[in-house]
Design a protein around this ligand. Structure first.
Ligand code: CP
Length: 359
């Protein structure tokens, strides 16, 4: 079956909810575009995590690195980042290098012909003339979906990976978060049955929105949403969790939640979305993780953060083995390499190499 986005109008597609849209992002049963967390099922997540581990192990040797670099040497990726980024940009860039993909970039629209009045749609259409993959971050929610629809309906369809869109989705961050959780809990029965607290600006944090959905794919997971009232999680996400049957608690008492959970996912205040500097009037101090909190955190629990951070985790916490946010950064490179290999159907070659070399 061909790319289904060719069979539907933009008006019809854009009016669907995230679950209904999900099958339109696939081609022959695998992700073609990567736009939302809702397009990933548990088998897909497990395959991606396993592939990321294969890539990570293969890359340890010189021979393995050379094998990986042969995979996608004929492909070019366009990194279009119309919003600031350190980790997402660099991990995609590094992942492209690992699997041999050439890269181009526009990291600031003010350096492109958008400054001469070209529409963002025409800009990306131009990028697609040179590239085999568009990796894009954009402040407008839903813009990556619009581009994916547009680039599905040209003579040479080009896949689009959403590297962060507006306040709504950051699916590849959620993938690296799942990979980090899976690695953190590999000796304690995996992600199933775990209690996971989300803390901070849950109203505007796109990483939380994407990860909360992916956790519905695991059995018996319970979420805790811990934030000041002004920054609590949106009803739309809670509705999706209700529909998926995932239990959750809304909490305003961080210190009560800390000892109860297996993972704490901290987030910063997303004040770039403020209209009238409203975040500055919210007292968030009670939602910071301090070094004293390490004493009440479970022995096998982990502290995560998509980063960048501000004051919400004391740097003194960094050296505790339960702080895994720097591991998340590196895991992003491996899972993004795995994702791109899957899009271009090179996952089988990686699995074969891994088996042959008993990695
Ligand atoms: N986590 C994340 O998206 O970081 P960057 O904004 O630095 O890419």
């Amino acid at each position: 079956m061909k790319n289904k986005l060719r069979q539907i109008s933009w008006d019809e597609f854009s009016s669907m909810d995230a679950m209904t849209k999900a099958p339109y992002m696939t081609e022959n049963g695998r992700s073609f575009h990567v736009l939302t967390a809702q397009q990933f099922t548990r088998p897909m997540l497990e395959e991606l995590c396993s592939l990321a581990t294969d890539v990570r192990r293969i890359a340890k040797t010189r021979e393995g690195s050379a094998f990986l670099q042969k995979q996608l040497f004929e492909k070019r990726a366009m990194l279009y980042f119309a919003q600031p980024s350190t980790r997402t940009y660099l991990s995609f860039y590094s992942a492209c290098q690992i699997i041999g993909m050439q890269t181009m970039n526009v990291r600031d629209s003010s350096t492109s012909s958008e400054m001469k009045g070209e529409s963002p749609e025409d800009s990306v259409r131009t990028f697609s003339s040179y590239a085999d993959l568009i990796i894009m971050r954009h402040p407008a929610g839903g813009f990556a979906e619009r581009i994916a629809w547009m680039l599905s309906n040209i003579s040479r369809p080009v896949p689009v990976v959403n590297a962060g869109s507006g306040k709504d989705q950051h699916p590849t961050q959620a993938l690296l978060d799942i990979y980090t959780l899976a690695r953190s809990f590999e000796h304690t029965d995996g992600i199933d049955g775990k209690k996971i607290a989300f803390v901070g600006d849950l109203k505007r944090g796109r990483t939380v929105r994407s990860l909360a959905w992916l956790l519905t794919q695991y059995q018996g997971v319970k979420a805790y949403f811990v934030a000041p009232r002004e920054l609590q999680i949106g009803e739309d996400i809670l509705g999706q969790l209700d529909a998926a049957g995932m239990p959750y608690e809304i909490s305003y008492d961080f210190e009560k939640v800390i000892p109860e959970v297996d993972a704490i996912y901290m987030t910063r205040i997303q004040d770039e979305w403020d209209v009238n500097n409203e975040s500055s009037r919210v007292n968030t101090a009670a939602y910071h993780f301090t070094r004293e909190h390490l004493n009440i955190l479970g022995e096998h629990a982990v502290i995560m953060h998509p980063l960048p951070r501000r004051l919400e985790i004391d740097p003194a916490v960094d050296s505790d083995p339960r702080a895994v946010y720097w591991r998340q950064v590196r895991n992003g490179m491996w899972i993004r390499a795995a994702l791109m290999l899957t899009i271009f159907k090179h996952d089988g070659a990686i699995i074969d190499y891994s088996r042959e070399h008993q990695l």
